[in-house]
Design a protein around this ligand. Structure first.
Ligand code: UD1
Length: 361
């Protein structure tokens, strides 16, 4: 059996690494990797491939940045060409990016079954491109691998009940495998001159925050007013928008360390040691929980409601900086730590299900 994996953005490299390793450790299934090129800078792409030992992509489509529709359309057309030459039995997609949608749509049009890892997530906010990507991908998928029970229930409410598997979260596999290696190898704390539990980590990249000047200004004001050490790896989109909206002066406070996007080991290290994490990322919210660091989510809603119910994540909205500051200052480390994301054997579980589909196991 041949599986064609489509990846393109930073979080997908992390999600794909453990399952890809599993697939390559045996001979029943052959994996072909397609990189759409949605993320292309060294530190947004190549650095992840080398650190996570992901094999070099068999096809690199080099699509790069563009408007939502054009980027997705260009991916769709190029993935279709690859599908026609490779003729895979299954197309494997991860998460909710434009690469996910393009991969699943191209496969569906050619009646190739789609397997979706991280199926069933919903923010119920259709203004997010990611929400559109998730809903459409789930409705095109044959095999749906859900990280949480909430995700299974979301699919059920939309009438998707067949071949839905509650597998746990594949990012937890990566954390268990890489956390101690990362803490051992990374020297980011020395480089930045930061001490454990003496700084906040901040990430912002979602279009809903970066493309709205009021929201972006509100978030940057929080960083200035918090008056604590802040580590802020700047996503390329956010950097562009800060310049575009003339907000650079809000990053000039001495307490804010603005740095380039960092690799996975550095990221796990600064996430582990932060006093708390402020983020609009889906993956970082989860990683915060998996590393037992409290999280403040700079959005109006979250797909990871279990982390909120457990008291480890606080959704602030982005209407005014004072509300966010009040939440940040009150944040504590909860005592209870329920198991929300499985046992770290998600790639093994998914692998076994895929093997069953070959009829040989
Ligand atoms: C994408 C995903 C989002 C995911 C995120 C992780 C979509 C719609 N969004 O958003 O779900 O959480 O990745 O980071 O698919 N850029 C560079 N260099 C790079 C990569 C991007 O300069 O290596 C710039 C581009 O100029 C562009 C923006 O960053 O303006 C990228 O936009 P997009 O492709 O939508 O990706 P993300 O914003 O990262």
């Amino acid at each position: 059996m041949k599986i064609l994996t489509v990846v393109g953005a930073r979080p997908q490299f992390v999600k794909a690494c453990m399952l890809s390793r599993k697939l390559r450790s045996q001979s029943i299934i052959k994996e072909v990797i397609v990189h759409t090129g949605q993320h292309y800078n060294h530190n947004m792409s190549d650095a992840f491939f080398s650190q996570l030992a992901l094999p070099k992509p068999d096809h690199n489509l080099g699509i790069g940045s563009d408007k939502q529709g054009k980027q997705t359309a260009r991916m769709l057309s190029k993935i279709e060409e690859v599908l026609l030459s490779e003729r895979p039995d299954i197309v494997l997609v991860y998460g909710d990016t434009n690469s996910t949608l393009a991969g699943s749509l191209a496969a569906s049009k050619h009646h190739i079954p789609v397997a979706h890892v991280e199926a069933g997530l919903r923010s119920f906010n259709k203004k997010m491109p990611e929400e559109i990507n998730r809903v459409l991908t789930d409705h095109m998928s044959t095999l749906l691998f859900c990280p949480t029970q909430t995700a299974v229930e979301n699919l059920e409410k939309e009438g998707i009940r067949n071949e839905v598997y509650m597998t746990g979260d594949i990012m937890y596999d990566a954390i268990l495998h890489y956390k101690s290696i990362a803490l051992h190898q990374s020297n980011i704390c020395a480089r930045l001159n930061i001490k454990p539990k003496n700084y906040y980590l901040v990430t912002v990249h979602r279009a809903e925050n970066t493309d709205d000047p009021h929201r972006l200004r509100t978030l940057l004001k929080v960083l200035t007013q918090l008056n604590e050490n802040i580590v802020f790896p700047l996503h390329p989109r956010t950097k562009q928008r800060i310049k575009h909206w003339n907000l650079l002066d809000l990053l000039s406070s001495k307490n804010i360390k603005v740095i380039e996007p960092i690799n996975y080991f550095d990221m796990l290290t600064v996430e582990s040691h932060a006093k708390a994490i402020l983020t609009d990322s889906g993956g970082v919210q989860k990683e915060a929980y998996m590393l037992r660091t409290p999280c403040i989510t700079l959005r109006d809603e979250t797909e990871w409601i279990e982390t909120v119910q457990a008291g480890w994540n606080h959704v602030t909205g982005v209407s005014d900086s004072q509300t966010i500051l009040d939440v940040v200052r009150k944040t504590i480390v909860p005592k209870a730590y329920p198991n929300l994301f499985g046992n770290g054997d998600t790639s093994e579980t998914i692998y076994k299900i895929l093997c069953k589909k070959t009829g040989k196991h």
